[in-house]
Design a protein around this ligand. Sequence first.
Ligand SMILES: Nc1ncnc2c1ncn2[C@@H]1O[C@H](COP(=O)(O)OP(=O)(O)OP(=O)(O)O)[C@@H](O)[C@H]1O
Ligand SMILES: [Mg+2]
Length: 271
Amino acid sequence: MLLDRPTEVIGVASGKGGVGKTTLSVNLAVALAGLGHKVLLFDADLGLANAQLSLGVRPPYNFSHVLAGTKTLSEIIVRSPQGVMLVPGASGVQKMASIGAQEVGQIVAAFSELDADVDYLIVDAAAGIAESVMLLMAATQRRYIVVRDEPSSIADAYGAIKVLTRDYGLDQLYLVPNMVASQAAGRQLYSRINDVCGRFLGKTLHYLHSIEADEQILNSQRHHRSVLEHAPSSAAARDFRLLAEATRALDPIDGPSGALQFFMERLCGPR
Ligand SMILES: Nc1ncnc2c1ncn2[C@@H]1O[C@H](COP(=O)(O)OP(=O)(O)OP(=O)(O)O)[C@@H](O)[C@H]1O
Ligand SMILES: [Mg+2]
């Protein structure tokens, strides 16, 4: 990307499906746009509650056209009413989870060459720990791991963190507890998981803010809007704004080169 200041690339993963990756990606994108930033959201997921539905846009093309080589990345990008630029996900045609390392390499290259001024690129990944998901995460600078306080979500988040740190050598992992009863409960969940990661993986996770359980999230999705527009004074909207503020308060990471370089080395083999 052509930049005056470097783009911050944030990947959103969870291990387990259905714990709130798309909700977080969309609302964080809208909150950052609301703070005046240029945000590009990449829907790299094929879930039903996908990003375009939540943003209320109906893009004519999607990422399957880029994978097929019939459209360029900049040709498929649409602008949502909230001012977020969206790379629409490939719907149903081809599972992102099943694409290979070669294609992930093409994706990263396409984004690197994108001639757009972007402050934040948010990558809403598919559930699971498929190689394509992990490679995409490796190509980001920070990884937000969404987790709910339930055994299967915690186990799968830990599984994803284990692969990301041990097999891919990645750090900059941020745990984002979702659907928690309170900020105190979210922080406690973070502490529990962080302790286990410290003990068994020798890794420290970062923490910014939790997202409380809020029925306005489902309501907003029914109206194809972010919760920030639908219910700006709700607890969830407040939490996404605070998460966005905490995100932009982070020190910039020195360019994407570390992760990208690592990524290309994995793809092409060490030179
Ligand atoms: N903080 C919250 N409070 C209440 N409901 C929530 C919250 N976060 C997410 N949800 C609900 O949980 C469901 C799953 O969320 P979402 O689609 O964002 O998960 P996902 O991780 O992207 O799923 P997938 O793995 O299928 O892509 C949605 O119905 C959404 O409304
Ligand atoms: Mg999703």
